[in-house]
Design a binder for this molecule. Structure first.
Ligand SMILES: *[C@@H]1O[C@H](CO)[C@@H](O)[C@H](O)[C@H]1NC(C)=O
Ligand SMILES: *[C@@H]1O[C@H](CO)[C@@H](O)[C@H](O)[C@H]1NC(C)=O
Ligand SMILES: *[C@@H]1O[C@H](CO)[C@@H](O)[C@H](O)[C@H]1NC(C)=O
Ligand SMILES: *[C@@H]1O[C@H](CO)[C@@H](O)[C@H](O)[C@H]1NC(C)=O
Length: 450
């Protein structure tokens, strides 16, 4: 009896092992994968390619959304990463559907299986940021991709294609268009903190930032005016992010506390989107909010700081910067930078707030990050989720975040805060630059009166 049982057990084990082996083999060979039968679909000029013209594209026959597609061959055997927002409880098998070839009239349409990777940070919300990963079928040079459910009856009209971005031009050495890009995840509500935003953007510029990317769900009227002006000039890239048209986005970070469909208006998705958007064009990416300034304290700009840090930490792609709160209720008493021309401009004047809280080190203290985007696969807000290379906490004396906002540790008396006038070191250039920006947007008082 005993023996027979053991024998059966072995057979069972052998069966499972074979199955696992075949399964692994099937995973290992995606590069030459060519599904049979290929979907037959006769494209018509009217429907092909129907390229999505929005940043949030509902995926037909599912509850999911597609955001953007990027070439990404850093992970063995995979070629394309489609960033999306998926409903966690209804993730079904999917296929990547490639438009191979540059013209609809000579394109082949090929599929390959999709691996859906959910990001580990979902904070309990029903929707999560996902990467749908695919390999490109043999002999396909795709320009566009979308996802199919199975079974799917193909009708051209219900497909929305995403262009595949970050396609390297062969043979050309990568030359970065930008040294530093700031990714500001989301604007929502009627955020209208014009003065602080203008000051932050001009401060970024003085520190060597070449491009700021902002995802806009909604913003106040004056702020919109300011941002449009920056966007015309090319410093700012505004990505429309109408998440509230599709989902009930949460204003908080934790589902159990705030409810809603998705963490903070989709902040985690936009941060990842921005990393991939910047991957081929920016040496570094700063992931911080619009009211935060990543400030070097020993260098005059970000480039000289990063050159030093990178020499000391050559294999590091993720630099963690500690956040420091400058409560907006405490004013610098001399009023030196309480400037009359800013009186009519809505928002906080960060030059007036020079008292810094010590973080409460007994609780989790969040960082923001400077990353080399090519060394990041998935990110969260305060940490990267998947990365190559090392991460490094930058010492406080080298760099901190200046974050003017409501006090985090409200009861702390002024005597327990630290005077920190680092921003003042830049006032000679900062003030005229801010004035110029406000003027170009038609938001300076003198000009509105005249
Ligand atoms: C996108 O395309 C749809 C349908 O063609 C059109 O109605 C809509 O206005 C377009 N949206 C944008 C932002 O161009
Ligand atoms: C077919 O391709 C040719 C060359 O690639 C192009 O000139 C032509 O406009 C295309 N026709 C249609 C209907 O897309
Ligand atoms: C990036 O920084 C280097 C100096 O380290 C400079 O020579 C180069 O012009 C900068 N590139 C851009 C796009 O600003
Ligand atoms: C942000 O989006 C809202 C809603 O679509 C729009 O009214 C506003 O003009 C946008 N602002 C910018 C700067 O694009």
């Amino acid at each position: 009896m005993e023996k027979a049982k053991g024998f059966k057990g072995n057979l069972f084990f052998l069966f499972i092992a074979t199955f696992i082996f075949i399964f692994i083999l099937s995973l290992k060979t995606p590069r030459t994968y060519r599904s049979t039968p290929q979907p037959r679909w006769a494209p018509t000029p009217a429907t092909c390619p129907l390229v999505s013209n929005t940043t949030i594209t509902p995926l037909q026959n599912t509850q999911h959304f597609l955001v953007s597609a990027y070439m990404d061959q850093r992970v063995d055997g995979l070629d394309v990463r489609i960033i999306g927002i998926f409903r966690r409880d209804s993730i079904q098998p999917l296929q990547c559907f490639f438009n191979c070839g540059s013209r609809c009239n000579n394109s082949a349409f090929l599929t390959s299986p999709t691996t859906v990777l959910q990001h580990s940070d979902n904070f309990g919300f029903p929707f999560v940021t996902t990467d749908a990963m695919c390999s490109i079928p043999k002999d396909c040079h795709p320009t566009h991709v979308t996802l199919l459910t199975q079974p799917h009856t193909l009708r051209g009209s219900d497909l929305s294609w995403l262009p595949i971005r970050n396609q390297k031009t062969n043979g050309k050495e990568t030359r970065f268009k930008f040294n530093f890009t700031v990714c500001v995840s989301n604007l929502f509500g009627d955020y209208n903190n014009v003065l602080q935003v203008a000051q932050a953007l001009e401060m970024y510029r003085l520190l060597g930032v070449d491009r700021v990317v902002i995802y806009n769900t909604s913003s106040g009227p004056e702020l919109s005016r300011l941002l449009h002006s920056y966007s015309q000039e090319g410093f700012l890239e505004i990505v429309s992010w109408p998440i509230d048209k599709h989902l009930n986005p949460s204003r908080g970070w934790l589902f159990s506390q705030f409810g809603g469909d998705l963490h903070y208006f989709g902040q985690l998705t936009t941060l990842n989107e921005c990393i991939y958007r910047s991957m081929e064009r920016s040496r570094y990416v700063l992931l911080n909010d619009i009211d935060e300034i990543i400030m070097p304290y020993q260098h005059n700009d970000l480039m000289s700081m990063m050159n030093t840090l990178q020499r000391q930490q050559p294999n590091t792609g993720v630099f963690l910067i500690e956040n420091h709160i400058f409560p907006k209720k405490h004013f610098e008493p001399s009023g030196r930078f309480h400037l009359p021309q800013w009186n009519g401009v809505p928002g906080v004047n960060i030059l007036e707030h020079v008292y810094r809280e010590d973080p409460d080190r007994n609780i989790y203290h969040p960082h923001k990050m400077i990353v080399q985007p090519r060394m990041v696969e998935q990110t969260s807000v305060h940490e990267v989720l998947k990365h190559f290379g090392e991460r490094y906490k930058v010492p406080l004396e080298v760099c901190r975040i200046i974050h003017v906002r409501v006090a985090l540790r409200g009861p702390l008396p002024l005597e327990q805060l630290h005077e920190d006038k680092r921003l003042w070191d830049f006032h000679e250039k900062l003030i005229p630059n801010v004035d110029g920006a406000l003027q170009r947007a038609g938001l300076l008082r003198s000009e509105r009166e005249s």
